[in-house]
Design a protein. Structure first.
Length: 111
C-alpha cells in the first residue's frame, strides 16, 4: 500500500496501537481505492457511508481541523489525533479519541 502513509502520534499517546483506531481506517482505505482521479471529499464521504451502511461520515460535528491536525470544537478541549492516514497526499483521515474522525482534501498546497 505505497499510496498510504500513516503517522502515529506517540507524543500525545505513547501507547497508541492500531487497535485504538478500530475499523474506521478500513472504510477510508476501501473508499479511496474505489475513487477516480477526479474524486472529491464528498465522494469519499459518500462511499464511506455506503460501505458502513449506517451513515455518519457526511455529517460534521461542527468542529474544525487545525493545521496541526488537532480537532477543535468551541465547547470542548482540542483533541489530538491518535493517528493520521494520508492517501496519495490528496486525502487525509485523522483518527481521534472517542471514534471521532475528520477527513480532509488537499488542494492548491493546503488542506
Amino acid at each position: 500500500m505505497k499510496e498510504y502513509s500513516v503517522f502515529w502520534n506517540h507524543n500525545d499517546y505513547p501507547e497508541v496501537t492500531r487497535e485504538y483506531l478500530g475499523i474506521l481506517p478500513e472504510f477510508f482505505i476501501s473508499a479511496t481505492q474505489k475513487l477516480s482521479e477526479y474524486a472529491t471529499l464528498d465522494h469519499i464521504a459518500q462511499v464511506m457511508d455506503d460501505l458502513y451502511q449506517f451513515g455518519g461520515f457526511q455529517y460534521p460535528f461542527g468542529g474544525t481541523v487545525a493545521d496541526s491536525g488537532a480537532y477543535q470544537s468551541p465547547e470542548d478541549p482540542d483533541l489530538q489525533p491518535y493517528a493520521t492516514i494520508a492517501y496519495k497526499d490528496r486525502f487525509t483521515m485523522y483518527c481521534y479519541p472517542y471514534a471521532i474522525t475528520a477527513t480532509t482534501q488537499k488542494s492548491h498546497g493546503s488542506i
